[in-house]
Design a protein around this ligand. Structure first.
Ligand code: COA
Length: 151
């Protein structure tokens, strides 16, 4: 995911593999509790179709969606939209009213997906950073908008 589609993620594969396994084991263990952060996997009988993470931001009314990825063999079937709705449901359960995320300006499919799912740009953008050119845009939606958004 980070290696094959590096251009779409601000996090770099080479940085991630430098971290000790314990960092990611702790992340997953905390996500399994689903209180401050969470990880959802979509799968079928053939295996994993996609993944998405989310965490509660410092502002407890906001959840940040991260690391959305769908296996190329499963794309175009609504998997990403389903994962976004699952995150919105998780945010609602926490009492958060808004979902926020960053998408790279150059990620045309990603930007189209988020608009289709109900997000809109805030107008803010930041350099991608970590040695990457370009900018990432901030987009946001209310939980209600995401849950009401239909195919
Ligand atoms: C972007 C990505 C998550 C989309 O996953 P997906 O499961 O194929 O998306 P969906 O089938 O749920 O598509 C929902 C909407 O997104 C838009 N969309 C998805 N892929 C698109 C593409 N390649 N080109 C244009 N629009 C696209 C469409 O509007 C689509 O709605 P429609 O089918 O009614 O037209 C997937 O291509 C991916 O994993 N890309 C690489 C990683 C990435 O960019 N992640 C996001 C980082 S912010």
């Amino acid at each position: 995911m980070l290696r094959e589609e590096a251009a779409f993620f601000a996090t770099r594969y080479e940085d991630v593999v430098r971290e000790p396994d314990s960092t990611w084991e702790a992340w997953v263990a905390e996500a399994a509790q689903g209180v401050e952060k969470v990880l959802f996997v979509a799968d079928d009988e053939e295996g994993m179709l996609g993944v998405v993470g989310a965490f509660r931001r410092l502002d407890p009314g906001e959840v940040q969606l991260v690391s959305l990825w769908v296996d190329p063999r499963a794309r175009g079937r609504g998997v990403a939209r389903s994962l976004i709705r699952v995150v919105a449901g998780w945010a609602q359960g926490l009492g958060a009213g808004r979902v926020v995320l960053f998408v790279q300006e150059a990620n045309t499919p990603g930007r189209a997906l988020y608009v289709r799912a109900g997000f809109r740009p805030t107008g803010d953008r930041e350099p991608v950073g970590a040695g990457r050119p370009g900018f990432k845009l901030v987009v946001t939606a209310t939980v209600g908008e995401l849950l009401e958004s239909r195919a």
